[in-house]
Design a protein around this ligand. Structure first.
Ligand code: SAM
Length: 198
């Protein structure tokens, strides 16, 4: 493969300079280790940004395929460029659309939700039909930069308060679901791993 640590660092630097939120190092390490350990092969990602996590997931193994969805045109174009740069066009399918307008037929071993934080439950419910029998749904930013653990009056804006409320609702939804069990890991910005109940 003809990519290097420098290429990955360039992606991360581009994201920092342009204020594009990408997974934290600890979160991406957790995700890629999980993919290797569970031998995940077919992944759906909701929220591509510039392709960083899709590229990191795809390069854990040559037989992994990632389908990833982004609704922002500038980020989508940047992701296209990056996927090409890493020669991953065959293994990463990039879809330019609002994820809630995308209807897919295939099943995925892993559905990774990392898009609009207030809509996690909508994404979950929209794509759960695409979860393979022994598959997992992973959701990032369950702590939302620490705001989830603050009292409401400490949270600086109404907008953030609204998102935090939705993340808490989503946490309750996951933890009390009849069909799925969820563990929230204290890594990165908080990662929820959901699987079917046995
Ligand atoms: N997973 C990426 C990574 O770690 O490299 C970061 C994704 S970033 C946190 C979230 C992205 O989701 C943004 O680029 C945003 O435009 C996109 N997004 C938000 N809502 C979306 C939706 N409804 N459909 C598709 N993309 C969406």
């Amino acid at each position: 493969m003809d990519y290097s640590v420098n290429d990955i660092n360039a992606l991360k630097e581009y994201a920092t300079i342009n204020n594009i939120p990408i997974m934290q190092d600890e979160g991406i390490d957790f995700l890629t280790t999980f993919i290797m350990k569970k031998q995940i092969k077919n992944i759906l990602e909701v929220g591509t940004a510039i392709g960083y996590s899709a590229i990191m997931m795809a390069k854990t193994s040559n037989d992994i395929h990632v389908t990833t969805i982004e609704r922002d045109e500038t980020r989508y174009m940047e992701a296209l460029k990056n996927i090409k740069k890493f020669n991953l066009e065959d293994r990463i399918t990039l879809i330019f659309n609002d994820a809630l307008n995308v209807n897919l037929e295939e099943d995925f071993d892993l559905i990774f939700i990392d898009a609009a934080k207030g809509k996690n439950k909508d994404f979950f419910e929209h794509f759960e039909k695409n979860l393979a029998i022994n598959g997992y749904i992973i959701t990032d930013n369950m702590y939302f930069h620490g705001y989830v653990e603050m009292n409401e009056e400490e949270i600086p804006s109404k907008n953030i308060q609204g998102i935090v409320r939705k993340i808490k609702d989503y946490t309750y939804f996951l933890e009390n679901h009849m069909l799925y069990k969820t563990t929230i890991y204290k890594v990165g910005d908080g990662v929820a791993v959901t699987e079917r109940r046995g």
